[in-house]
Write a protein that binds this ligand. Structure first.
Ligand SMILES: Cc1ncccc1N[C@@H](C)c1ccc2c(c1)OCCCO2
Length: 116
């Protein structure tokens, strides 16, 4: 997985990678369930089941406010989006399938980016 940022230069490079990855996630056609926080009023039971909600707009906010020290912290939050999705949604459901597709896309994308 991602190495820790050693020097300030490294972490700024890593954060640039985070911004590219997030833009790719948001632009994906299957991103629609994950673009903004799940409104627990429109999704009964969500707040009870999902202890650490996360979504792409919250990740963008954290990135903008420098709350990610390195790529690793960012990847933890992106995986939280997909883990929450698997926990709450059936694999064989619209949102469940979107989550699996998005996780596969993300895993491929960041391993590609880390090759260079
Ligand atoms: C990622 C996730 N996991 C579990 C439930 C919902 C969501 N996403 C939210 C944004 C959502 C998606 C679809 C929805 C919805 C809300 O409103 C209720 C009516 C049906 O349409």
């Amino acid at each position: 997985c991602a190495k820790k940022a050693k020097t300030p230069k490294d972490s700024s490079n890593e954060l640039a990678v985070c911004r590219v990855l997030l833009a790719d996630l948001e632009a994906h056609q299957d991103a629609w369930p994950f673009l903004s926080p799940v409104q627990h009023k429109s999704v009964p039971g969500y707040r009870k089941v999902i202890k650490k909600p996360m979504d792409f707009s919250t990740i963008k906010e954290k990135l903008t406010n420098n709350l990610y020290l390195n790529l690793e912290n960012f990847i933890v939050d992106v995986n939280l989006v997909f883990d929450n999705c698997q926990r709450f949604n059936e694999d064989d459901s619209e949102i469940g399938r979107a989550g699996h597709r998005m996780r596969r896309f993300f895993d491929k994308r960041w391993t590609e980016l880390l090759q260079f």
